[in-house]
Design a binder for this molecule. Structure first.
Ligand SMILES: NC(=O)c1ccc[n+]([C@@H]2O[C@H](COP(=O)([O-])OP(=O)(O)OC[C@H]3O[C@@H](n4cnc5c(N)ncnc54)[C@H](OP(=O)(O)O)[C@@H]3O)[C@@H](O)[C@H]2O)c1
Length: 260
């Protein structure tokens, strides 16, 4: 089974904090020593990662398709052997739906968590198709959430963006079946990070979250086995309870469509 151990160059979005940062560092420590490109907005964090021998690119993903195209063109010009993208950047907002809500925050959350991810996948696809037909396994790794399987009502739009990305990821995988482009989905549970800082819920949530020290080895194990879904804790429980049969249904749909 092709896995992250086959990757030569790996781009990680959202690598300046939390899960993305810890994964980027763990991947660069693999015995195969792939080149790792860490991205995010915060210059000081990127500088710190450069000292750990990672390559870095500053990017704001809350933007439009033209800016994202410039970013992808730049990445591919510098790293023509890029074969893996881990799409980890994300934000989370709380909304009380019984009152007025800030639609700008809704739009930005959709853009960062869903639209930019779909745009990046689409922009990288011609490159991966070329590399894959030359025999290099390629990997697209969206990071979704257990809240994409069963929603968290205090974070309704976040949950919806992750449900959308989870659903999209299944279609992507089915459409790419039989190619050398592999879709692995990381579905974290509540994990130690800065995700909840903006909403002031970090202290309360930190009583329940899985530490990065516990979470990252589990995720690296899944990436190294080439697992289709890489999950843990409460997210794994939700996956096992609510998802069985879903991918097979999607595959059957695709087969039926091909016969029309
Ligand atoms: N932690 C959890 O409990 C949990 C659970 C399930 C799923 N997840 C998912 O796991 C992923 C990582 O989250 P985390 O918990 O590690 O969060 P985090 O510690 O807050 O890190 C988020 C990362 O996303 C980047 N980012 C945010 N907005 C960005 C933008 N506009 N442009 C570019 N980069 C941006 C941040 O970098 P800059 O600020 O430097 O730009 C940072 O590196 C997210 O997709 C999240 O939804 C997390």
């Amino acid at each position: 089974m092709p896995s992250i151990d086959d990757s030569k160059t790996v781009l990680v979005t959202g690598a300046t904090a939390g899960i993305g940062r810890a994964l980027a560092l763990a991947i660069s420590d693999l015995p195969s020593h792939p080149r790792v490109i860490a991205t995010g907005r915060r210059k000081d964090r990127l500088e710190e990662l450069r000292k750990s021998k990672l390559e870095t690119i500053e990017v704001n993903l809350d933007t439009d398709k033209n800016e994202l195209k410039k970013f992808v063109d730049d990445v591919l010009q510098k790293y023509p052997d890029l074969d893996t993208v881990i799409l980890c950047a994300g934000i989370q907002h709380e909304f009380t739906l019984t009152g007025p809500i800030d639609i700008d925050k809704v739009t930005s959350e959709i853009n960062i968590n869903y639209t930019s991810v779909v745009t990046l996948i689409s922009l990288f696809m011609p490159h991966f198709t070329k590399l894959a037909t030359q025999g290099q396994p390629c990997f697209i790794v969206p990071v979704t959430s257990g809240l994409g399987i069963t929603p968290g009502p205090p974070v309704p739009n976040y949950s919806a963006t992750k449900a959308a990305l989870h659903n999209f990821t299944i279609s992507l995988r089915v459409q790419l079946q039989g190619t050398n482009i592999h879709v692995l989905e990381i579905i974290p549970p509540l994990v130690e990070s800065e995700l909840h800082d903006a909403e002031g819920t970090t202290e309360a949530l930190s009583k329940f979250w899985m530490s990065l020290d516990e979470y990252i080895p589990l995720t690296m194990n899944g990436l190294r086995k080439g697992d289709r879904e890489i999950s843990a804790g409460g997210s794994l429980a939700a996956l096992q309870k609510f998802e069985p049969g879903k991918i097979e249904m999607a595959e059957a749909f695709q087969k039926a469509r091909a016969a029309w």
